[in-house]
Design a protein around this ligand. Sequence first.
Ligand code: DMJ
Length: 739
Amino acid sequence: MENLTNCYEGPQPAVCRECLCARGAAPGSRPGVELFPQGRPAAQPRGSGGLDAQDPAPQPLTPSGGEVWLLSGAAPDHRTAGAMPVGGLLPLFSSPAGGSLSGSLGGGLGSGGRKGSGPAALRLTEKFVLLLVFSAFITLCFGAIFFLPDSSKLLSGVLFHSSPALQPAADHKPGPGARAEDAAEGRARRREEGAPGDPAAAVEDNLARIRENHERALREAKETLQKLPEEIQRDILLEKEKVAQDQLRDKAPFRGLPPVDFVPPIGVENREPADAAIREKRAKIKEMMKHAWNNYKGYAWGLNELKPISKEGHSSSLFGNIKGATIVDALDTLFIMEMKNEFEEAKSWIEENLDFNVNAEISVFEVNIRFVGGLLSAYYLSGEEIFRKKAVELGIKLLPAFHTPSGIPWALLNMKSGIGRNWPWASGGSSILAEFGTLHLEFMHLSHLSGNPIFAEKVMNIRTVLNKLEKPQGLYPNYLNPNSGQWGQHHVSVGGLGDSFYEYLLKAWLMSGKTDLEAKKMYFDAVQAIETHLIRKSSSGLTYIAEWKGGLLEHKMGHLTCFAGGMFALGADGAPEGLAQHYLELGAEIARTCHESYNRTFMKLGPEAFRFDGGVEAIATRQNEKYYILRPEVIETYMYMWRLTHDPKYRKWAWEAVEALESHCRVNGGYSGLRDVYLLHESYDDVQQSFFLAETLKYLYLIFSDDDLLPLEHWIFNTEAHLLPILPTDKKEVELKEE
Ligand code: DMJ
């Protein structure tokens, strides 16, 4: 409707407003006010429509200027009075010879007409006959206008050139809609066949369009009327049916798991490091694992986590009332540390007690990374069927989270009812990027182990949705509304709310045997945008990753963000040409900054978030950012940097962390987080997080092991440090993709 801009905005009949404004009336013109009350001005420029006596050829009915001309003469009062000025019809009757009919009729029939050479020569009878013919024609036109059902469409279709933008949208529905499409096709064909500018074809074309418009309008009106109330009811039923079918489809294939050939894991035999000092350090880390495990077993067995000060169980709402988070999270660490008895105890507990039929709401993300990831990892290391069975069973329970209009899953899911919702604080009911973007690795493996593509389909659809969306500055906002499939607030973070989404893009590519080129592209495009818009250097030269809020930077980096050092280094190998060294160095710089955040505290353990503003660098300035909850991210980055560079400083820094953990977090009853790492005395938070066993201790153990324990070429760590092997690839498919 762009033609209406600047048009008279006062009250007016719709048709008139549409015609006058949309079809070429001057800006500010009013309905009913003739543009050219005396007929068309003689000085109308050529090409702007209409004819004058010098026009060498008859004009078709379509030029826009001609449209205005006629309407201007056909102001409402004239029509009702039945005295349309002939000048108003001039374009219809202009003659090739240059003498218009108005001209031949003389000035008496239209003062706006050009004067012809022989009006006086006509006799009265001739005049009368002409008048008769003329009025017959007028009657015909009026008949056409007023007896066709939709005169407004006629006016806009025949007398005025229709702008495609103002046409009703094409009907995409099957059935009656096809008629309009057929007709349109026919018209196009005719247009192609006929000579360009053929007036007869143009008239036919316009009439056909009017008919179609009319039919379509009728059909639409009918459909709308008929929709109430049965159609609406039927729509609801159809929608319900679709959800029920989805649910059935999700469940149907899992009556039994297909047999899978277990592939013996690569790089799990545990050779002692040759260097005695390293051996000792590694043994110390294993001892830490024993301390954490034994206390959990002693005081909180079967519950989710341990309260090491209170010496009792700790339950987090993240797991609803699913139990045993520490057991499942610790499985693979127990396995690689060769704590065989403990692994067997854990397995027995899982066989007998791990139950997902709970009537409670869980975090889809947390349950996926810890439980699904932990079970998958345990299966791939041990080949024990119980882990595969439990992983797939849990995967099925998570599927209803994807029943949203966009397929972007809910953050929270009631395991019994299958009803999902989002965190109430998340930007207008949005799902969180780091949550729905951190399902890919586990779900690809669930499809692999269950033989059912549904899991893979669900996560691939997330990609499809993301790829369709416009990204502000190439960045991925942390919030996406699952109903609309549109971004929520434009906040971007490589730490909390965003972090593992980027991690999973890179690892999806690696886990696919480097065949998932879409993931690779998404990863490197995202990293490029992150470098441009989020990565900054402090005045003393520390590289940090800030947070982005609608274009403004918050110069703060979270402990969670520190994982990115390892990610950049891990991705370096596949970086666009010439950038491999750059990404390795970027990883090293982030590792250094995060080490500084540890080094600048009293406890030598890093705060939850640290800032680069107000005169500080890598220091937490807000009380609620000074805690440390046994998180792994800094040590995770040391692990990748050690493996990829063998720079001894990473072992040195890792050992500093071990000492700090032993000095400040170790208590009689296990390991506790700290409320403030800048204090001289420990203030415990009294929680031994399950990820301390799954991640922090595992990464430490690997730093002090040889590289052939879990080689990076064969294993991918999920975001909870659970091990997933690189998926076997179909060679043919790879070749095709490469081509
Ligand atoms: C872990 O559960 C995972 O590493 C997750 O990706 C982020 N938060 C914790 C550890 O800090």
